[in-house]
Design a protein around this ligand. Sequence first.
Ligand code: PLP
Length: 347
Amino acid sequence: MKVIDLRSDTVTRPTAGMMAAMMSAEVGDDVWGDDPTVNRLCAIIAERTGKEAALFLPTGTQSNLAAIMAHCERGDEYIVGQMAHTYRWEGGGAAVLGSVVPQPLEQEADGTIPIAKIASAIKPYGPGLGAHFARSTLLALENTWSGKVLPAAYIAEASAFARSKGLAVHLDGARAFNAAVASNASIADICKPFDSVSLCMSKGLGAPAGALLVGSKALIERAFRWRKVLGGGMRQSGFIGAACLYALDHHVARLADDHDNARLLAEALVKIDGVKITSQATNMVFVELPKAPVARGEETIEAFLKSRGMLMQGVYSTRLVTHHDAMRDDILRFVAAVSEFYSGARS
Ligand SMILES: *Cc1c(COP(=O)(O)O)cnc(C)c1O
């Protein structure tokens, strides 16, 4: 039985074509900088994102952290959304490992941090009053955020404002390719307002692991050193690099299918009595499901679906994510199973 796993787009497996690319990769020792596949990957992503240089890291978490540590000195602070991944979902790494103070700020429903809030969070620095504070050096945004594409006009305004105050601007672009595809923009357009961008290769792009950090040559040189300190210096990482190159060439345009399938999923689920869709954007659907019908007894929807080879995260309020291992037919089967659960019939 094929498992339909909508917990995340991280569950994607390498395709046959990707495996073949990995098997035939030319490799070297990337800590020495001589893995030809990783070097080609970095050159290609730097060119496509319109940045000077790139660095290949094992995870998006490490990529964001190396970026923050490359931008900030010990005792600096970075301004970030209260629900942003770098702040909330990465174990507090910037503070724990980087000695960088996070200044989280409440976001709007669309993932933006109001510019007035950013303005009032930036601390004075220097002698006198400024001696009291951590130095504000970086603003970090996230795109997509909960699947939503951050408005381009907001990004332009926020990044220009941050820069006018002497802050650098980082993008957690774990799903920046989804933003590009959904808004008919190039990845270079999405990355342009930022000094650095972290891109995940192991989400919808389907590589087994890997993230890419892009930015100026000087920034990437600093991040290269932090990557080693953080334990992310890999040796023959060209085997994974080959999967990422394959993903960049074959799995970007097809993200549109994931977005179509997420729309289909939302449209079909909402037809089930009592189901609420709180948001649907790019490849994510946020859904609130009603409580189980009395006839189901103690059985939860999660357990019911699991017994049918379908996985979701959480129980009644959850996020469903589409990807290349859950295509149209799988989505329709998933919706049929949810519908069956609520029909109350014993199976
Ligand atoms: C997945 C993700 C990351 C990085 O996570 P890893 O699992 O470490 O690769 C960073 N930001 C966002 C928004 C993500 O979804």
